[in-house]
Design a protein around this ligand. Structure first.
Ligand code: GLV
Ligand code: MN
Ligand code: MN
Length: 400
């Protein structure tokens, strides 16, 4: 077997789901993400791993027999619309490289071990971040999943059936419930490592975050003939709410984002009848998120009233503050060196979702731009290999 490298594997998938501006749109169970899944299955099979696609649309590549107390590593292959090349695939690829290199070195795991690809980590298709890991760990029920509708309008059960999966089998997965640990490698989504001049860090915690949907309704009408006092334009309270969200974040020292807005029916010469905006809010402490979002909601209701409109808020997802497992973190420090940098992050991850179910930990790889969820996201070939080596060393220790 020739030794695999992270950069060579990244090059193999570089054209899949690539947009003209160099960004990637790989939405869960849609054409390009399915192509990545097929690529993953082929590579894992080449390594002699046994593939299981579970009822939650996660893919498992087992080294030896599946079983309880397994050591798990992996990440996701889906992206946000217009995302970067590394967020997700780097963790999957480094896991494959780690397996290839352990096999080359004649390592024999003495525990069940699997590389896992989790479904819709970004929630970009079905609106629920970390969908696969939430389902597998029982954090999201089958009924909850059945109610999800993709942004393209396809109900989740139909998308499942189209992918050859039975939506009635969605549910907690013993392989997750009885696993011994999960390690996820990820490109860093900030400049922490670049500023420290180091290639790899160990993650300490994920800050609390949530997503809310605000549906404003008004009255559609003619753009030329409807006098200003007669309008019930839902776009105006949306605009006021967005500005309030920014101001609230500045005051509270947290972050709020409105990155998605839908205006209906969407005509240049038509006053909108409805407008939906999605709010993402993250802070150091959960109560800050709650306080900030409540303030924004109050402004939204007042603005809707002022413009003769109506607004309904729905919380789409919530992830509490997650501290990664201390025991695993210390084992990783022993393997990688006590001076390995340790960083917390404002980004969500499957490792955070699974942390309530099993000990989890993360490794970050330096991202010189610090940018993520955009084409500027980057990592050098050398740093990707350093990440793969670090993951291999950690996994080799854990499967002993
Ligand atoms: C995913 O990367 C998220 O932080 O939303
Ligand atoms: Mn990710
Ligand atoms: Mn992401």
């Amino acid at each position: 077997m020739t030794t695999w490298t992270a950069s060579a594997l990244l090059a193999e998938i570089a054209q899949i789901g690539r947009n003209d501006d160099g960004s990637y749109s790989r939405l869960c169970l849609q054409h390009d993400e399915v192509a990545l899944r097929e690529w993953f299955v082929a590579k894992a099979t080449e390594l002699g791993l046994t593939i299981v696609t579970d009822m939650n649309a996660n893919i498992w590549a087992w080294w030896g027999q599946p079983g309880p107390h397994a050591v798990l590593t992996g990440s996701h292959l889906d992206s946000v619309p217009g995302g970067g090349a590394y967020d997700g695939p780097l963790g999957v690829i480094c896991a494959l490289v780690a397996v290839a290199q352990m096999k080359d070195a004649g390592v024999e795991p003495s525990k069940p071990f699997a590389v896992v690809v989790m479904a819709d980590e970004e929630g970009a298709r079905f609106g629920m971040p970390c969908l696969g890991s939430r389902l597998a760990s029982g954090k999201l029920s089958k009924d909850g999943a059945h109610k999800l509708v993709a942004r393209d309008g396809q109900p989740l059960p139909e998308a499942w059936r189209q992918a050859g999966l039975d939506p009635d089998l969605i549910g907690p997965d013993d392989a997750v419930l009885h696993a011994s640990c999960f390690i996820e490698l990820h490109v860093e989504q900030g400049r922490g490592l670049a500023d420290l001049g180091r290639p790899v860090a160990i993650a300490t915690a994920v800050r609390p975050h949530g997503r809310w949907r605000a549906e404003f309704t008004g009255q559609g009408n003619h753009a030329g003939t409807t006098l200003i006092p007669d309008r019930h334009d839902p776009v105006l309270p949306v605009a006021e709410t967005i500005l309030a969200a920014r101001q609230a974040a500045e005051q509270a020292g947290c972050v709020t984002t409105v990155g998605r807005i839908n205006v209906e029916p969407g005509g240049t010469n038509v006053i909108a009848s409805a407008a939906t905006m999605w709010l993402d809010c993250r802070a150091e402490e959960a109560q800050t998120v709650t306080m900030v979002v409540e303030g924004i909601q109050k402004t939204a209701h007042e603005a809707a009233d002022k413009h003769g409109c109506h607004v309904v808020w729905t919380r789409e997802s919530w992830t509490d503050r997650t501290a990664f497992d201390d025991g695993l973190r210390h084992r990783m420090l022993q393997v990688l060196g006590e001076d390995t940098p340790q960083l917390s992050t404002g980004a969500g991850h499957d490792a955070a979702t699974l942390a309530a179910t099993m000990p989890t930990g993360m490794l970050f790889v330096r991202n010189p731009t610090g940018a993520s969820h955009c084409p500027a996201e980057s990592a050098s070939d050398e740093d990707c290999e350093a990440g793969a080596q670090a993951l291999r060393a950690v996994v080799e220790e854990l499967v002993k």
